[in-house]
Design a protein around this ligand. Structure first.
Ligand SMILES: [Zn+2]
Length: 285
């Protein structure tokens, strides 16, 4: 605990009002979660709020870039905020990782919504399907993979939009981690010995649920999500077991229903947490 205090005290302050200590896209995608992480120890809710404020601050200023990210080709810059701006592949992976960690810290489905937005609408455009070539920067409204210099519209000088199997500055070490991190967070344990389906995808998970010791249960999820909105979860248990099962309702979903063995059941819908945070301006996620 003393070490965590010391690290928090001696590192950049990500709890500033209406300002970030650094505007490099990867730094933002990683560091905006620092106040929420420190909140785990201090229980000071203003720190948790600071993470939400950072998230919305950069998107309100540079959020004209769709797909869960923000315009910050190298750095977010004043006057460069439309969809011609890009984001770095490392920034996409780190944003997804931050969203996944924040799902665990806050329980707020907002982070799962943003993670899926990046995973499905931004991240796959940054590399070839076989992962053998990637791009340093990807701009949603500038579909270019050439080796020309696009500065100063794009920061920095150099062939930053090039799809290249040999060199993309730093992003090789990071680009392959996005899907493994994502797969690790499809399901999460809950404090009441249950399990939550946080990110939807075809998957199988073996868990111990129901009480402190736990009974072994396998949950098998079959879906074509996000191309289809239907999700089938098969529960396989060797003996009768009671346990809480939480299903995230995506923010874009206005009507959700559950059937058990083909019969519709009443579900209790818990409102999204948002941790009491009010979204600034007119922006909705
Ligand atoms: Zn990178």
């Amino acid at each position: 605990m003393t070490l965590a205090d010391k690290i928090h005290r001696n590192t950049a302050n990500w709890s500033q009002k209406d300002n970030l200590p650094n505007w490099h896209n990867v730094n933002i995608a990683q560091c905006f979660r620092e106040p929420a992480t420190y909140y785990m120890q201090t229980k000071d809710s203003s720190l948790l709020n600071a993470t939400y404020e950072d998230f919305y601050l950069v998107r309100n200023l540079y959020g004209q870039v769709p797909g869960g990210m923000f315009g910050a080709d190298e750095n977010a810059r004043e006057g460069y905020h439309d969809p011609h701006q890009a984001v770095e592949t490392c920034g996409m992976v780190e944003q997804m990782a931050s969203d996944e960690i924040l799902m665990g810290i806050s329980g707020d489905p907002l982070w799962a919504d943003n993670c899926e937005d990046v995973a499905f609408n931004t991240y796959p455009a940054a590399f070839m399907p076989d992962f053998k070539a990637l791009r340093y920067l990807t701009a949603p409204n500038m579909v270019i993979s050439d080796s020309k210099n696009h500065a100063p519209g794009i920061q920095n000088e150099g062939p930053y939009l090039m799809m290249n199997p040999f060199s993309s500055r730093c992003c090789q070490h990071n680009h392959a981690q996005g899907w493994p991190y994502y797969a690790e967070h499809l399901w999460m344990a809950t404090p009441d010995h249950g399990i939550a389906a946080m990110l939807y995808n075809s998957s199988e998970v073996n868990v111990n649920v129901g009480n402190k010791k736990g009974k072994p249960v396998t949950l098998k999820q079959t879906t074509n999500y996000p191309f289809d909105e239907k999700i089938k979860i098969e529960v396989i248990a060797t003996s009768a077991t009671n346990f809480p099962l939480y299903l995230r309702i995506p923010g874009w979903c206005s009507y959700a229903s559950v059937t058990v063995n083909g019969t519709a059941v009443n579900i209790s819908v818990e409102p999204a947490l948002m941790c009491g945070f009010k979204i600034p301006g007119n922006r909705e996620m």
